[in-house]
Design a protein around this ligand. Structure first.
Ligand code: CMP
Length: 585
């Protein structure tokens, strides 16, 4: 294969095979993920035939992880996490500690060093976000209480892993590995210093992300939305996701994954986040597939024959060990058995973070290639069996619920904590919805339904137009426009009623009408007072956006200009009538 088409070949063959095997996997009622992994094994160095460039595949996989974490950040709800914190934090921490300890003891039993054992255990302790979200989506359970507990738990695990990824290189030497190329010999002071510098860099990064990010990024996206180009908007979203991930890794030494996660989280608060998420989704899907393919490429299937006991050991740790720990913790916290079972099933698998951590362990001499291979074997087995685990759990729950002798102590007697948490989650959800409603303007369909004025626009034009609208509300009696003032906004009424006062004359406007256009078009001061009569909602356009909007859609401009002229004429006549009446008096 000529060197210069390596990238094309890797992407094309990787995606094509992933599609074929993913499709086959679905046919066999397995998750498509299994197919992608098998596709990876097929193009990997450990199977005959074509061998894809594993370096390139690794980089493509890294893009997949960045986009994935960006997506997680975009959907990450701090409120949800806070609501489930009492179960998610102790659960995740205890599960990581227990799984790491079991893994380390098992590995030391095989004669591995403590450092290797810890890396193996830690890698086996964290479940995969991709696998979990896909499993919950398939079961329509993302929004359920149990689903949210599992997601919150996983986010805590992810955050702990991010910390582990940052600390591992700093601690590598102390654990018996190497800090990296050209590193000096270990010294306690050196270790503390490295740790301190690492933590300082991460903190600086987080402070910048949390303080400056929310001011700059949503503003930037809004500017781009103003241009009216959908393409540029998608590009901006991608540039933010990948650009921040890359530069934060270069500048602050944090992982690509953490950088991308924060980029997503910062945008999460913006009212444009939904659109940003929809735009990058297809790319995120494609690169996530390449991620699994590249993982499959690293896997040497012969390990199953060479080290069957080790493979069974790690698989059991992930499938049984972790599940029992999770089950015990959830039970001890007073939740029903069904919650404990579902959370355990959700977390009885490993994925992306395990590979990343394992690979980092190999780089720092803490894990052998064989160790990484074991992690891959555990991932392949646990991801493949995850659906089975879920259906087993479903059967068990149904079995328990049918038997009063079991149902009472396992479910009903323990419903209090569950109901309390459910209440907190519902509250958090309502608050989030209220907040979203305050930011929300319309969907293109709503826009059309409420404003016949926009009927002539294409679907895409409507989609772009709503990006410019800022929502506004008013209570009865609120003066929105004062005659003689300078123009700032144009208002489109989506609900409620307002009154225009020209002299002593009153004109009522309702949903679908608009006002505030005359002064913007003419450049003169406001021609009348406008006051809300009812609780009203508006979509507003700034002077600049309104002018640009008129320029872009000449047919709408003509309609609006004609009505403005009519209104002006009406007011002139009316004021003249008033003047004659006054003169007569
Ligand atoms: P503007 O002059 O910017 O601010 C006051 C607004 O009241 C004006 O734009 C119109 O949108 C609205 N307005 C003025 N006169 C009339 C009218 N006769 N009928 C309906 N609306 C009017």
């Amino acid at each position: 294969m000529p060197h210069d088409i390596n990238l094309i070949a890797t992407i094309a063959i990787g995606l094509a095979l992933a599609f074929v095997f993913g499709f086959l996997a679905l046919r066999l009622r397995l998750p498509p993920l299994v197919g992608y992994l098998v596709a990876g094994v097929a193009v990997g160095p450990f199977s005959p035939g074509y061998v894809a460039d594993s370096g390139l595949a690794g980089q493509l996989a890294e893009i997949g992880v960045m986009l994935l974490m960006f997506g997680v950040g975009l959907h990450f709800s701090v409120a949800d996490l806070m609501a489930v914190r009492k179960i998610a934090i102790p659960g995740a921490v205890a599960q990581i500690v227990a799984a790491t300890a079991i893994g380390a003891v098992m590995a030391m039993g095989w004669g591995w060093s403590l450092g290797s054992g810890l890396v193996l255990g830690l890698s086996l302790s964290v479940a995969s976000t991709v696998v979990l979200l896909k499993a919950l989506e398939d079961r329509n359970a993302v929004e359920t209480t149990n689903g949210r507990i599992a997601i919150g738990w996983l986010i805590v695990e992810d955050l702990a892993m991010v910390l582990a990824l940052v600390l591992l290189p700093a601690l590598a030497e102390a654990l018996g590995g190497q800090a990296g190329a050209g590193a000096q010999g270990p010294s306690d002071q050196g270790l503390l210093l490295t740790l301190g510098i690492t933590l300082a860099k991460v903190t600086t990064f987080i402070v910048i992300a949390v303080v400056i990010g929310p001011r700059v990024l949503p503003w930037l996206l809004r500017q781009v939305a103003r241009t009216g180009s959908r393409e540029l908007f998608t590009l901006a979203t991608l540039a933010i996701a990948l650009g921040i991930a890359f530069s934060s890794a270069k500048l602050f030494g944090v992982s690509f994954a953490l950088g991308a996660f924060f980029a997503g989280m910062v945008l999460n608060e913006s009212d444009l986040s939904h659109k940003a998420a929809t735009n990058v989704l297809p790319l995120q899907d494609a690169f996530a597939v390449l991620f699994f393919v590249s993982v499959g490429m690293l896997f040497d299937p012969s390990i199953v024959i060479r080290q069957p006991f080790m493979v069974v050991g790690v698989a059991l740790l992930v499938l049984v060990g972790k599940s029992l720990v999770a089950l015990g913790i959830v039970w001890m916290l007073g939740f029903p058995l069904s919650t404990a079972l579902i959370v355990s099933a959700s977390l009885a698998q490993i994925g992306e973070f395990s590979f990343i951590l394992g690979a980092l362990g190999v780089t720092h001499g803490l894990l052998t290639k064989e160790g990484l291979n074991l992690i891959l074997a555990a991932a392949l087995i646990s991801i493949t069996l995850n659906q089975l685990v879920f259906s087993g759990v479903d059967r068990l729950i149904a079995f328990i619920k049918k038997r009063p002798a079991l149902k009472r102590p396992c479910e009903e007697a323990r419903n209090e904590r569950y109901a309390q948490l459910e209440g907190e989650l519902t509250d958090a959800h309502h608050r989030a919805q209220e907040k979203a409603a305050a930011h929300k303007t319309f969907t293109p369909e709503e826009l059309l339904a409420r404003f016949p004025l926009f009927a002539g626009l294409t679907a895409e034009q409507r989609e772009v137009l709503i990006l410019h609208f800022r929502p506004a509300t008013a209570e009865p009696g609120k003066r929105l426009i004062r005659a003689g003032d300078e123009a700032d906004l144009a208002y489109f009424i989506s609900s409620g009623e307002v009154e225009v006062a020209v002299g002593s004359r009153r004109i009522k406007l309702g949903p679908g009408d608009y006002f505030g256009e005359m002064a913007i078009i003419s450049g003169h001061p406001r021609s009348a007072d406008v006051t809300a009569l009812d609780y009203s909602q508006f979509a507003t356009l700034s002077q600049r956006d309104f002018r640009q909007f008129l320029r872009r859609y000449p047919s709408i401009r003509n309609q609006i200009a004609a009505i403005a002229a009519e209104r002006g004429e009406m007011n002139r006549q009316f004021l003249e009538e008033m003047a004659t009446e006054d003169a007569a008096v």
